[in-house]
Design a binder for this molecule. Structure first.
Ligand code: NIG
Ligand code: FE
Length: 422
C-alpha cells in the first residue's frame, strides 16, 4: 500500500460530514480543520484531522509533504464544459467587438455551426489530442473532475465522433470524466426548416448507437428561442431517458421560454446557464413552487458566470437563487464561442466579484455541488475518508477570502490527483 502523509496544513477546507447537496443557507457552510494532517492511501483519503491527533509519524509513510502555510481544498469539479472542439473562434470575438451580437453571428452561420464545420473536417485523433492538452491545462489549474459534452457534430457521424473522443479521454484521464450527448445543440443548416427530420435523426439514428456503445452518461438540449423549444426539449430528453440518460440541460441563457418547468418535469439532474430568470423561474428552480404538473425540483441550478462575462450579459442572479433556497453549482462552460476558458479559479472569483457569492458558497458550489451535478459526490468534491485525493494546495495566502479576491494571481502551488502530484 502506498501512503502519503501531508503535515502542517494551515487549513484543510471542505471537510464535510455528508455528501448531501448544499442548498440555500447551507451553501455558506464550509467546514475546515486548522493545522491539519491528511493521510492518503493508494490515492484515496484515508484519514485527516488536527496535527495533535496524527496517527502515524512522517517516517512511517512512503512519502511525506510539509504543507506549512498552505491551504488545501478539494479539486474543482467542473460539471459543464464543451472541452472537445476543433478550433478556436477568435475571429467571431473580433466581429463582436465590432458590434455584431451573438444572435447575429449565429444567424450568419457562425457560432455553433462554425464549430460544427471544423469538427466535421477534423479526425478523431486530432480532436482527441486537442482536448487532451486542454484537459492537462485544466488539471494544472486545479480541476479534478469534469463533464464534457458533444454538440458540435450535428450529424450522426460527427456526434458519435465527438462522443468517442470523450470516451477515449475517459480511458486515459486520471480525473473522472462524465459524457453528455448534446446532439440538440442547434439545427444543422440542412435541417433549418425540417426540425422533425433532425429530431428523428437524434432519436432514431444517434441514440441507439450511443446506448449500444455506452458513449454518454447524460442528455442535454439547448432550450432557447431559435434553437429547441420546451416541447422539443422534452421529446428529445424523454427519448434519451429511455436509454438511461438523465437530462442536464441548457436553459434560460438568453430568454425565459419555459425550459425550467420542462426540466423539472423531466427530473433533470441540473439546469444550466440561468442568466435570464423571472421571479417564477427562481421560485421553481429553488423548489419553492411546484410546476403545473405538481413537481418540485430537487436538482441543481448550474451557473456559468464566465459565459455571461464573455458575452457581456447580465450575470446569473446567484443571491436571489441562494436566498430562495436553490442548490447552486458553478461551472466553466469551456467552449470556443461563449466561454473560451476552463479556469475554475476565475469562475469562483467572478461568482464572488460579480454575483456576490461568498467565498465559502463559491467553493462549495465549485466542489461538492459540482460533484453532485455529475453524480460523483461519493467519489470527490470534499475532504472525506474514501474519496479520491484530488486536492489543490495553495501558495501561502493570508485567508480563504484571498482566493477570489486576488483574482489575477495564480494562487495554486501544486495539484494532487488520486494521490499523485501532477
Ligand atoms: O453553453 N449556449 C449554448 N451553447 C454554448 C455555446 C456554444 C457556442 O457558441 O459554441 C454555451 O454557452
Ligand atoms: Fe454550455
Amino acid at each position: 500500500m502506498a501512503t502519503t502523509l501531508i503535515t502542517n496544513i494551515r487549513q484543510l477546507l471542505g471537510t464535510h460530514h455528508s455528501n448531501e447537496l448544499r442548498r440555500g443557507k447551507d451553501l455558506a457552510v464550509l467546514p475546515a480543520t486548522d493545522h491539519a494532517y491528511l493521510l492518503i492511501e493508494d490515492g484515496l483519503i484515508a484519514d485527516f484531522g488536527n496535527m495533535a491527533d496524527m496517527p502515524i509519524e512522517e517516517e512511517e509513510a512512503n512519502a511525506a509533504y510539509d504543507a506549512t502555510d498552505q491551504f488545501v481544498l478539494p479539486a474543482w469539479c467542473d460539471s459543464h464544459t464543451h472541452l472537445v472542439f476543433a478550433a478556436s473562434r477568435e475571429e467571431e470575438f473580433v466581429d463582436k467587438l465590432k458590434g455584431l451580437s451573438y444572435a447575429e453571428i449565429a444567424a450568419r452561420g457562425g457560432g455553433i455551426l462554425n464549430s460544427a464545420q471544423k469538427i466535421a473536417a477534423a479526425s478523431e485523433s486530432q480532436l482527441f489530442h486537442g482536448a487532451r492538452m486542454r484537459l492537462q491545462e485544466l488539471m494544472m489549474l486545479g480541476t479534478g473532475a469534469i463533464e464534457i459534452k458533444s454538440g458540435y457534430g450535428l450529424s450522426t457521424e460527427n456526434e458519435l465522433k465527438m462522443l468517442r473522443v470523450i470516451k477515449r479521454l475517459k480511458e486515459i484521464s486520471p480525473i473522472p470524466i462524465r459524457a453528455t450527448f448534446l446532439g440538440a445543440h442547434t439545427y444543422p443548416l440542412a435541417f433549418r426548416d425540417d426540425h422533425e427530420g433532425y429530431i428523428r435523426q437524434i432519436i432514431e439514428d444517434m441514440l441507439p448507437v450511443i446506448a449500444a456503445e455506452q458513449l454518454a452518461d447524460y442528455i442535454d438540449v439547448f432550450c432557447e428561442t431559435g434553437f429547441f423549444s420546451p416541447e422539443e426539449t422534452e421529446r428529445i430528453c424523454r427519448a434519451g431517458m429511455e436509454y438511461g440518460l438523465r437530462p442536464k440541460i441548457h436553459v434560460n441563457q438568453l430568454n425565459s421560454i419555459g425550459g425550467i418547468e420542462t426540466g423539472i418535469d423531466l427530473g433533470a439532474l441540473s439546469m444550466d446557464h440561468l442568466e435570464t430568470m423571472t421571479p417564477e423561474d427562481i421560485a421553481l428552480i429553488s423548489g419553492q413552487q411546484a410546476t403545473t404538473a405538481g413537481n418540485i425540483y430537487k436538482g441543481i441550478g448550474t451557473l456559468l458566470p464566465t459565459a455571461a462575462f464573455f458575452l457581456r450579459m447580465p450575470y446569473q442572479p446567484a443571491r436571489a437563487l441562494i436566498d430562495a433556497g436553490a442548490a447552486i453549482a458553478l461551472a466553466s462552460d469551456f467552449n470556443p464561442g461563449s466561454s473560451p476558458s476552463g479556469n475554475m479559479n476565475w469562475v469562483v472569483a467572478l461568482s464572488c466579484i460579480q454575483m456576490k457569492m461568498l467565498p465559502e458558497e463559491a467553493i462549495n458550489a465549485a466542489t461538492i455541488n459540482g460533484a453532485y451535478a455529475m453524480d460523483l459526490e461519493e467519489e470527490t468534491g470534499s475532504i472525506a475518508k474514501g474519496k479520491r485525493a484530488n486536492l489543490i494546495f495553495t501558495k501561502p495566502i493570508p485567508s480563504l477570502a484571498y482566493i477570489p479576491y486576488a483574482f489575477g494571481s495564480n494562487l495554486i502551488d501544486r495539484v494532487m490527483i488520486s494521490g499523485d502530484w501532477i
